[in-house]
Design a protein. Structure first.
Length: 268
């Protein structure tokens, strides 16, 4: 069974800088890590590959330096790594990203299951997985916490809900997005590290995958960030002195006076 795992690089710091002209994240010069939710997708892809004697390919879209990051996935079970890298992809929203990834998957070809993390920690939209399925015209389910059964042309899994879980059955090929409850990601092995060191990451441009550049990047993104800012948090505090009894009386007086002030404002 052949599995494709889609991953994203995200800033490995809370001090994120934005391009004021395009309102996109400046990724150059910023330490990047694999999106934490995607590590569970990688582990699940590796397990399925091992259980079915199949193949696992990791796919990402980003700047050229992401190629080195993708080598880490080889050390934990992936067989091949493909990076979509082109200036035409810059500034992609979730729709443009889904389109580019779908074109990359079509070029990869033979696959049974596509796995994504439930969402990216820098955007939190959780839209790429479902969008990818729609672009490919295949079924999908989100928030998968367990795969109960997977075999040729069929998958049954548990989809996490607020009240428990649902059992979902789908034909393959399909897309699933997974939550952290699905597994415990493994650590790289020495053999895996050696394999990763020798692995050459395949890099494709928009032309290589036959993508329509009008549907990529900012031009293919119907949603764009208009403004970004750091929220201001102002907290006013006051210490109430005295014995516990005095503090309680003074606090009660202040609460009553605040309530009275609010009532006056409402009446006005």
């Amino acid at each position: 069974m052949n599995v494709i795992v889609c991953v994203k690089q995200v800033p490995g710091t809370n001090e994120v800088k934005m391009n004021k002209e395009t309102n996109t994240i400046i990724r150059e010069g910023v330490e990047a890590i694999i999106n934490p939710f995607d590590t569970y997708a990688i582990e699940e892809g590796a397990r399925i590959k091992e259980e079915t004697s199949g193949k696992a390919t990791v796919l990402s879209m980003g700047i050229p330096s992401v190629a080195e990051l993708l080598k880490e996935t080889i050390s934990v079970g992936m067989d091949e790594a493909v990076l979509l890298s082109d200036r035409a992809f810059a500034g992609s929203d979730s729709l443009a990203t889904s389109y580019a990834l779908s074109m990359g998957i079509k070029k990869i070809g033979d696959y049974d299951l596509i796995i994504c993390g439930k969402q990216a920690m820098d955007g939190d939209t959780a839209q790429v997985g479902p969008g990818l399925a729609e672009k490919l015209g295949i079924p999908h389910t989100t928030y998968v916490r367990k795969i109960e059964e997977i075999r040729e042309g069929y998958i049954r899994c548990q989809r996490m809900t607020e009240d428990g879980y649902e059992v979902i059955e789908m034909p393959l090929p399909a897309v699933i997005t997974v939550v952290k409850e699905i597994n415990e990601p493994r650590l790289p092995s020495l053999k895996g590290k050696m394999k990763a060191k020798k692995t050459e990451v395949t890099v494709w441009t928009a032309d290589d995958i036959g993508a329509d550049k009008a549907l990529c990047g900012l031009s293919g993104s119907p949603t764009q960030v208009v403004k970004t800012f750091v929220p201001e948090h102002n907290v006013d505090s006051e210490m109430i002195e005295g014995t516990p009894e005095e503090q309680a009386r003074n606090l009660a007086r202040k609460l009553l006076s605040m309530q009275f002030a609010i009532q006056v404002q409402e009446e006005e």
